[in-house]
Design a protein around this ligand. Structure first.
Ligand SMILES: *Cc1c(COP(=O)(O)O)cnc(C)c1O
Length: 431
């Protein structure tokens, strides 16, 4: 029986299908749950060795292409793409830590990551200690315990634009034979590649700059491929001990890539935050123009930050690209080709001025997102950081008059024009 001569309902699902391949310039979108096996042995081999593609939750050619693209841009050995930035952070933590373990984190991190550590991982028995003075290697060193499995920080942190001294903190992690995990979402690999400065793992929310179009969510974990069973094994028993049924250990099978192999085999597909191949495709398309966008966005942001700093209505601007920023020298050391496009500034008029501001913008879009080609504005004090006590907000550089900007690729004169019209409207309203 051929599919074409079968009954209607059988033909509906089998007729016309093809397995022909063609060489496509664009990455084909393998929008499929699974992949047909060539024969009996092919299936057994796939399940035995993990080679090739069987089911999209464990691997998909479109997803794989984007993983290789991102690993290359971050100077990493390999990458795992997942459904969101939050999933990337969870996957990275669960790749290195389990119940009874401990993570030392910067306190200047994305609120979703903080919530994950404080609420969710704590309930799974993974404890966290937070470091405020992230510049002080001694503060990190003092927080490390025998059960500490990773240090975690962001290369550029929101809201104060703190810049991580990646080499100094990597050195502290290395002394303890544990990885430094860096969330490089705000900087992007165009500005800095933390693995080149000693970090072991990089994570991103690909929903932001990597995609750039603000149309999809995604996340990625990129590993340096330098896991050393002898040096790091005592802090990663799950990588060096034999697997179930006498399977050789992850390290024996994957060597330096043990961590990322474990993330791919055991963490990402089990916890299940698999990316849609369509979203992977859209992220890959975005990444192709990452450098052009971030270069333009950084240039626009610097010009806007300078302009804001010269306005009477503005009390302060927290942008690491400005010489007035406490981390400016570190930013010049680590960032190449710009200083990023996300920063906060504080209006003298406090909360009423901030409210007028978001209600008056015409070119800027009022929403909770960053890294978009469009310029965006948000009032962190009443949104992303509303759950924090006022003293905690101030520690993070968030005051009632503080606004966060994510600068897009528009013509900078239109953006400054918008801000100028907003500031004069704000001034008039509260005068
Ligand atoms: C947005 C963001 C995340 C979370 O990413 P999602 O894609 O929204 O899940 C993590 N870290 C940073 C720095 C972010 O900006």
């Amino acid at each position: 029986m051929t599919a074409d001569s079968a009954h209607f309902v059988t033909r509906a699902v089998h007729a016309g299908r093809t397995r022909e391949t063609a060489t496509s310039r664009a990455t084909p979108i393998f929008l499929t749950a699974g992949f047909e096996f060539d024969d009996f042995d092919h299936a057994a081999d796939h399940f035995g060795t993990g080679a090739g593609f069987g089911y999209t939750r464990t691997g998909n050619p479109t997803v794989r292409t984007v993983e290789r693209q991102l690993a290359a841009l971050e100077s990493g050995a390999d990458a795992v793409l997942v459904a969101s930035g939050q999933a990337a952070v969870v996957t990275a933590f669960l790749t290195v830590a389990g119940a009874g373990d401990h993570i030392v984190s910067s306190t200047h991190i994305y609120e979703g990551t903080r919530g994950l550590l404080v609420d969710n991982l704590a309930r799974l028995g993974i404890e966290a200690t937070f470091i405020d003075d992230i510049d002080d290697p001694e503060a990190w060193r003092a927080a490390i315990r025998p059960n500490t499995r990773a240090l975690f920080a962001e290369s550029i942190a929101n809201a104060r634009n703190d810049i991580l001294d990646i080499s100094a903190i990597s050195a502290v992690a290395d002394e303890a034979a544990i990885p430094l995990i860096v969330d490089n979402t705000l900087a992007t690999p165009y500005l800095v590649r933390p693995l080149e400065h000693g970090a072991a793992i990089v994570v991103h929310s690909a929903s932001k700059f990597l995609a750039g179009h603000g149309s999809v969510l995604g996340g990625v974990i990129i590993d340096d491929g330098r896991f050393d069973a002898v040096r790091h094994g005592h802090n990663a028993p799950h990588l060096v001990l034999p697997g179930r049924g006498g399977l050789p250990s992850v390290a024996a099978r994957h060597g330096g890539n043990a961590r990322i192999a474990y993330a791919r085999e055991s963490v990402a597909p089990r916890f299940g935050a698999s990316p849609s191949p369509l979203n992977a495709f859209l992220i890959g398309q975005g990444v192709e123009t990452l450098g052009l966008r971030v270069e333009r966005q950084s240039r626009n942001a610097l010009e806007i930050a300078r302009w804001l700093e010269s306005q009477d209505e503005v009390e302060s601007v927290d942008y690491a690209g400005l010489p007035s920023h406490p981390d400016h020298a570190k930013a010049e050391h680590y960032l190449r080709g710009g200083f990023g496009s996300i920063f906060t500034f504080t209006l003298r008029g406090g909360l009423p001025a901030a409210r007028r501001f978001v209600e008056s913008v015409e070119v800027f879009v009022h929403m909770t997102h960053i890294g978009d080609v469009r310029s965006l504005v948000l009032h962190p004090g009443t949104t992303s950081h509303a759950q924090r006590a006022p003293e905690e907000r101030e520690l993070h550089g968030i005051f009632p008059g503080t606004l966060r900007l994510s600068i897009g690729i528009e013509d900078v004169s239109d953006l400054i024009g918008d801000l100028a019209q907003v500031l004069s409207a704000t001034e008039a309203a509260i005068a």
